[in-house]
Design a binder for this molecule. Structure first.
Ligand code: CO
Length: 488
C-alpha cells in the first residue's frame, strides 16, 4: 500500500458523499474471510442518500433524504437491500424535479433570500436513525414524526404518530435508548424537544410490545439544542449547552435554522437530570465546560450514593457550514475534533469533575447493550487515523475504560468508517461483533466489515464487498430477527 497524502485523503473522502440513486436487492457474493454463522439477524442503518435534486445540490449532508439499508445475516449468507424513505417531501421533490423545501442545516430553495423569506416549512427527511421496536421499523428524524417501514421490504408505510401520543409537538428524537432491564424486561426510552425561549422536553417510555408506559413533559428555561441524552435506571440526562438561537436571519431567508446557532463562550452548561418517574424532582447542575458542545453520549451510570458518571463526545465549537461554503470542500483542520470526556457529577455538592478520556478525534460511541445505563468497561468509536487534530474517520477504536488504553483497526489509507454497531455474542462485555460500513475509495464501493469485539487489531473476520458505494450514514441498529423472503 502506498501512503495517502492529505489532498488525496480529502479527495478520497469526498467520494463517499456521492448520491446513491439506485435501490438494490442482492445476496453479497464477494466476501473476504468468513461470516460467523452465529451472527444472525438484521443490521438496519440510516443516512442521507441523496445530495442533490435534479442537479441542484443540497447544502449540508444532514439535509439529505434518508435512505435505509437492511443487511441481513442468515446462516453465513448476507443480503443487502436499500430503499429511500418515501416521505411526503421526498415524493414531492422527485415529482417536481427541484428543491421545494429549506433544510435545517443550510439547504435553501433557489431564488435567493427573497424566495426563502418566511418559509418555515421543513421537510421531514427521516435520515438519522432506524430502530425496530414493538414490531415496528421506524426511520427517525428529530424534528418530526417517525416514518414506519416494512422490515421485510423497506417499503415506506407512512408517517407514524406512535399510536397518537406525539403531543404537544410532533418531535420525536432520533436517539432512543433501550434500558435492558426494568424489573426484568427491556424498555425503549426516548424524548422529543420542542425548542423556544423556553424548551419543552418530553420523555417517553415504551414496553416491549410498543405500548406507552410513561409520558411526561418538562419545561426547561432557555433555548436547548439537544440531539442525544444519557440514560440511567432513574434519570434521562440532558446537557443543555449554552447555544443561542437567533432566528432573525433564518426568518429573513438569509440562512438556515442550523446556521443561526451560536455558542455562548464562558457561559455554563446545565446538566439536567430529568426523572424517569414523573413524580420525581428535576435536578440541575450548572458548570463551565471546557469543551462546550455535544452531539452524542456514550453511556451513563450511577456511582456510589451521590455520583452519576456520564461519558460524552465533546467539541470546542458548534460546527456550522456557512452559507457560502460547500461541505465537500471543508478544511478538516479548521473544525474542532470530537473527543471523549468523562463527567462525574456529584448530586449533593453539585460539583462536576471533567476529564478527557480519549483525545483522538472520535465520534459515534457504541457499547454492549446490557450495559446501557450501567457501569461498563468498553466503548467502541470511530476515530481518526492520526492521534492529534481533526481528520476524516478511518479507524474503529476500542477504548478500555478500566485500563485507560485504546486499540484500533484502521481502514486507512483509502477506507472511511461509519458508526460501529456492537452485536453481543454473550454477556461478557466485549464478546461480540463490531459491524461497520466502510467506504473504499480505491474501488468507489462500500464494504460491510465484521470485527471481533475482543480484539480489533487482528483485522476483520470478514469483509463483504458491496456492488456499489453507500453514502456516509448516521445511525443504525441490529436486531436478531430475519424478516421475510429475500430474493437475489
Ligand atoms: Co446522532
Amino acid at each position: 500500500m502506498q501512503a495517502n497524502t492529505q489532498t488525496n485523503i480529502h479527495e478520497d473522502w469526498r467520494g463517499g458523499y456521492e448520491s446513491l440513486l439506485q435501490e438494490y436487492d442482492y445476496w453479497i457474493d464477494e466476501i473476504e474471510g468468513e461470516v460467523p454463522r452465529e451472527l444472525h439477524g438484521t443490521l438496519f442503518r440510516n443516512g442521507p442518500g441523496l445530495f442533490e435534486i435534479n442537479g441542484q445540490p443540497i447544502h449540508h449532508p444532514f439535509d439529505g433524504d434518508g435512505m435505509v439499508c437492511a443487511i441481513t445475516f442468515d446462516n453465513g449468507r448476507v443480503h443487502f437491500r436499500n430503499r429511500f424513505v418515501r416521505t411526503e417531501g421526498f415524493l414531492a421533490e422527485q415529482q417536481a424535479g427541484r428543491i421545494l423545501y429549506r433544510g435545517v442545516f443550510g439547504t435553501q430553495r433557489s431564488g435567493g433570500w427573497l424566495n426563502n423569506m418566511l418559509d418555515l416549512s421543513l421537510k421531514n427527511i427521516a435520515n438519522t436513525n432506524v430502530v425496530y421496536w414493538g414490531e415496528k421499523l421506524l426511520a427517525l428524524w428529530e424534528a418530526g414524526k417517525p416514518h414506519r417501514l416494512d422490515p421485510a421490504t423497506l417499503e415506506t408505510l407512512g408517517a407514524d404518530d406512535m399510536g397518537g401520543i406525539l403531543s404537544p409537538g410532533p418531535e420525536f428524537a432520533a436517539h432512543p435508548h433501550v434500558d435492558p432491564d426494568v424489573n426484568g424486561s427491556p424498555h425503549l426510552v426516548s424524548f422529543g424537544v420542542h425548542p423556544g425561549l423556553s424548551t419543552v422536553i418530553t420523555l417517553y417510555e415504551f414496553d416491549q410490545s410498543g405500548d406507552l408506559l410513561k409520558r411526561h413533559a418538562y419545561r426547561i428555561p432557555g433555548f436547548a439544542f439537544v440531539h442525544d441524552y444519557a440514560l440511567t435506571p432513574e434519570h434521562c440526562i440532558f446537557f443543555q449547552n449554552p447555544v443561542d438561537y437567533n432566528p432573525l436571519p433564518y426568518l429573513a431567508g438569509w440562512c438556515a435554522a442550523g446556521q443561526c446557532l451560536k455558542l455562548r463562550r464562558n457561559a455554563p452548561t446545565n446538566i439536567l437530570l430529568l426523572p424517569r418517574d414523573p413524580d420525581g424532582p428535576v435536578e440541575t447542575v450548572s458548570f463551565q465546560m471546557a469543551s462546550i458542545f455535544i452531539f452524542h453520549h456514550a453511556n451513563a451510570f450511577v456511582q456510589g450514593e451521590e455520583e452519576i458518571v456520564v461519558d460524552s463526545v465533546c467539541y470546542d465549537d458548534f460546527p456550522v457550514i456557512e452559507p457560502d461554503q460547500d461541505f465537500r470542500e471543508i478544511e478538516f483542520s479548521s473544525y474542532p475534533p470530537g473527543r471523549l470526556w468523562r463527567f462525574t457529577i456529584n448530586r449533593r455538592t453539585k460539583q462536576v469533575d471533567a476529564q478527557i478520556i480519549e483525545s483522538r478525534s472520535c465520534e459515534f460511541p457504541a457499547i454492549h447493550p446490557s450495559h446501557e445505563g450501567r457501569p461498563y468497561r468498553y466503548v467502541f468509536l470511530i476515530g481518526a487515523e492520526q492521534t492529534e487534530g481533526n481528520a476524516p474517520h478511518q479507524a474503529i477504536i476500542k477504548r478500555d475504560l478500566a485500563e485507560g488504553t485504546s486499540h484500533l483497526w484502521s481502514a486507512a489509507p483509502r477506507g472511511f468508517v461509519g458508526e460501529p454497531i456492537f452485536v453481543p455474542r454473550s454477556e461478557q462485555e466485549d464478546d461480540g461483533w463490531v459491524l461497520t460500513l466502510v467506504y473504499d475509495a480505491e474501488h468507489h464501493r462500500s464494504d460491510v466489515v465484521i470485527l471481533d469485539g475482543r480484539d480489533l487489531t487482528k483485522g476483520p473476520l470478514a469483509r463483504l464487498h458491496l456492488k456499489h458505494h453507500v453514502p456516509y450514514g448516521l445511525h443504525g441498529s441490529f436486531v436478531p430477527q430475519v424478516f421475510g423472503e429475500r430474493k437475489a
